[in-house]
Design a protein. Structure first.
Length: 142
């Protein structure tokens, strides 16, 4: 919520698109539903790897028409295939397989909260490891 307030509260109020704010809230609610549904399936005895695999195969299938309409462009080049494989396998598949396994041992609230710590961790690592400096909308001045 603080991040949304920061994004919406900085700059000209005329630049804030209410539909965009609603879509952001909808995305957050969708993630909460995803975590809850995954936990319910795991608690019902389904294997975590199977739950995650089915979820992402279905989601990928729903995105095929979007990709076809938008065009695949550079994604079909050798570099594009490597990038898609890296993003799809390392940053999504491995992370969500681990998430599924972790969700078997903790509650929905804990899992959701811990996953929300990822952007804060990434920002902190960006500051400390990469020497990045936040822009004017950041809540601190480095």
């Amino acid at each position: 919520m603080a991040g949304t307030i920061l994004l919406v509260g900085t700059g000209d109020p005329a630049d804030v698109d209410p539909a965009g704010v609603l879509l952001a809230v909808g995305a957050g609610a969708s993630y909460a539903v995803y975590v809850l549904a995954t936990k319910l399936l795991l608690d019902a005895g389904h294997a975590s790897n199977a739950v995650i695999a089915v979820t992402f195969v279905l989601a990928g299938g729903l995105l095929v028409p979007v990709g076809l309409l938008a065009g695949l462009g550079p994604l079909v080049s050798a570099d594009g295939v490597v990038m898609v494989a890296h993003l799809g396998v390392l940053t999504v598949a491995v992370a969500y397989l681990l998430f599924g396994r972790g969700l078997t041992g903790v509650g929905v609230g804990t899992a959701g909260t811990l996953t929300l710590a990822e952007p804060a961790t990434a920002a902190t690592l960006g500051l400390l490891v990469l020497g990045e400096r936040p822009g004017p909308a950041a809540p601190w001045d480095c």
